[in-house]
Ligand binder design. Sequence first.
Ligand SMILES: Cc1cc2nc3c(=O)[nH]c(=O)nc-3n(C[C@H](O)[C@H](O)[C@H](O)COP(=O)(O)O)c2cc1C
Length: 260
Amino acid sequence: MTAAPAAPFLVAASLSGRADADWARAASDHVDCAVMGGIALDPASRDAARELVARGRSEFLPDDPLAWLGRQLRATADAPVVPGINVRSATIEPVCKAAAACAERDAICEINAHCRQPELRAVGCGETLLADRDRLAAYVAAAADAGATTSVKVRAEVPGVDLTAVARAVAAAGADWLHVDAMDSEAVVAELTRTAPAGLTVVANNGVRGHDTVAAYAARGADAVSIGRPSTDPQARSRVAEAVAAWRDGRLTGRLEASS
Ligand SMILES: Cc1cc2nc3c(=O)[nH]c(=O)nc-3n(C[C@H](O)[C@H](O)[C@H](O)COP(=O)(O)O)c2cc1C
């Protein structure tokens, strides 16, 4: 099991086609954990990723995704950051293999129940897993059984999805982290941290840019925050890292009260 950073901590969140070992190493001067990928693992998710590339999106599409994953983990082994890999798959077997590779390298295995592109949804990947809790729980159980610290990346504001029920299901299946893209709804983080099973680390994501946004998620009970788009910008990373350090040291208290 990975030595996860002590809360509160800062995560660099996946950016498909960009978040590789070089990205993680560059971010490691400010973040505690860097979740690389997302990487499509199986033929159906890879076909979907090819369709995304065909319409101009940036994707990782190596010949052998598990070999790629191993290379990113080896290349971050000496970096001062907990590595992670965000995985997409329409089938469970590649998730087991990816999680075993993550476990071997003390890396976080993050199940992607987040991406909303129609191509990925059409093959049962990304946010479709939020409405297919049994399959999502099976992926989580497989990753946890492989010995990996397991994160589930979810998105708020998906019609018909009860995220508190998703949180309960993935925690029961062995998830360690719930990585929540709150979209425009910081309140969802408060609801999840209020109802989340004990031991589930809630990482709040979306719009984290500095003191006020870190304080807003801290006030809503998050254990950690993550940055996606700002992860490639050293100044933005530094600003958020300083806010997280203030949170850790108790120096965000006034802002917590102001924003609660
Ligand atoms: C270009 C791009 C690619 C992304 N790829 C992934 C991905 O592969 N897996 C994933 O879970 N989230 C992915 N995300 C979502 C981000 O990790 C993050 O949740 C989102 O950008 C909101 O956080 P931010 O406001 O800090 O950018 C992607 C976002 C962008 C902009």
